[in-house]
Design a binder for this molecule. Structure first.
Ligand code: PMP
Length: 385
């Protein structure tokens, strides 16, 4: 029953084995409380410490400056799409009382497309800076500024939004978009959170669901610049009632209550805390970034030399976290997945919307696992072509 697979899933995804073992050990009796973490009061000192330690470790790892807050939210990154719209339009309302300010979106894959659609649905004035499916026919690149088909709205914008790593399409930003310094930059980092160093000071908001690089589903980490936190009373009484933030989506409510406004997903936060400690013990983000580069270079290197594996994502925009590629037929892709499973490697199928193969190489995927996959990819090509 100790049998573990090599898990290349895109999320929920592999977690560090040492973290799972620690959780197992502490499951019945968490820190001498005589109960599990799930049975404790979320108001207890023991759990407060879990939250505060996790926050501190995240701040250390990412070198988050003092003028930012860290919050743990619920509802997944999808709820985060809506929270961004509400909170940042509210912040903008201080200088734009009628709420007509444009919000700029980069659409480089399925997730940023969904985020932009949600902003529209909530009534925001969405300006598309670039939509690569429209401009190039497919989500296979992050174009340089000269190739954006739209434009940034400059200082008028309430915020500029992009998805740093598109999990389904395997497209990752090779740069941080340069925006007017007065406009908050917002990034969905769900699938590359803590995979490399990030200059947090360039952002208004960074957020991501935990279930890829950081922990189990159920918790979304939000890093928000303090000046964007808006007092509910300053905009709640607008005549139209627009942009009134549902209480649980209000960043300020969560900040004011140390993410404990209501009962939080305690087990998920606890595991996130253990993962953060584990990442620190590996030497922090610089070491992790180097490891992740070695892992993705290995697989892209094989694709580059192969006549069978084809990665359609442009070089320079290829994700280090989710490597998507095709074989020459669906039958051969099926055979590839079956052979992988026989060798203990699972969850390599592409997203149901696109098919093909997707290799997710989150932090917890070991270099040994990548070596095993690399050897299999070479063997498979030799044996079947
Ligand atoms: N953004 C990105 C980049 C994602 O990969 C995902 C989920 N795979 C989401 C948003 C949506 O996350 P959730 O399922 O937590 O709502």
């Amino acid at each position: 029953t100790e049998h573990r697979v090599l898990n290349f899933g895109a999320g929920p995804a592999a977690l560090p084995e040492s973290v799972l073992k620690q959780a197992q050990q502490e499951l019945l009796n968490f820190q001498d409380t005589g109960m599990s973490i799930m049975e404790l009061s979320h108001r207890s000192k023991v759990f407060m410490k879990v939250v505060n330690d996790a926050k501190r470790d995240l701040i250390d790892l990412m070198e988050i400056p003092d003028n930012y807050e860290v919050i743990f939210m619920q509802g997944g990154a999808t709820t985060g799409f809506s929270a961004v719209v509400y909170n940042l339009l509210a912040a903008k309302k201080r200088t734009d009382p009628h709420g007509k300010a444009p919000v700029d979106y980069f659409i480089t894959g399925g997730w940023s497309s969904k985020a932009a659609a949600e902003a529209k649905r909530l009534g925001a004035n969405v300006n598309v800076v670039v939509d690569t499916k429209k401009s190039t026919g497919a989500y296979t690149s992050v174009p340089p500024p000269e190739e954006w088909t739209g434009h940034l709205s400059g200082s008028d914008a309430a915020y500029v939004y992009y998805c740093d790593n598109e999990t389904v399409h395997g497209v990752e930003f090779p740069y941080i978009p340069e925006v007017d310094p007065s406009v908050p930059l917002v990034a969905d980092m769900s699938s590359n959170f803590l995979s490399r160093k990030v200059d947090v000071s360039k952002f208004g908001v960074i957020y991501g669901g935990a279930q890829k690089n950081v922990g189990p589903a159920g918790v979304t980490i939000v890093i928000v610049r303090k000046d964007l936190l808006t007092d509910l009373t300053s905009y709640q009484d607008t005549p139209s009632g627009a942009f009134v933030i549902p209480q649980m989506l209000d960043y300020k409510t969560l900040v004011d209550n140390n993410s404990l406004y209501n009962t939080p997903p305690m087990f998920s936060i606890y595991i996130v805390g253990l993962v953060l400690q584990h990442l620190k013990s590996l030497g922090g983000l610089e070491a992790i970034e180097a490891m992740n580069k070695r892992k993705s270079d290995k697989i892209y290197g094989i694709i580059a030399k192969s006549a069978l594996y084809k990665c359609l994502v442009q070089e320079g925009s290829r994700s280090r976290m989710n490597i998507v590629f095709r074989l020459d037929s669906e039958e051969r892709e099926k055979a590839f997945l079956k052979g992988a499973e026989e060798r203990n490697m699972v969850q390599l199928n592409g997203h149901r919307s696109v098919g093909g193969i997707r290799v997710s190489l989150y932090n917890a995927v070991t270099e040994e696992a990548v070596e095993t996959l690399a050897a299999y990819m070479m063997d498979f090509e030799k044996d079947t072509t």
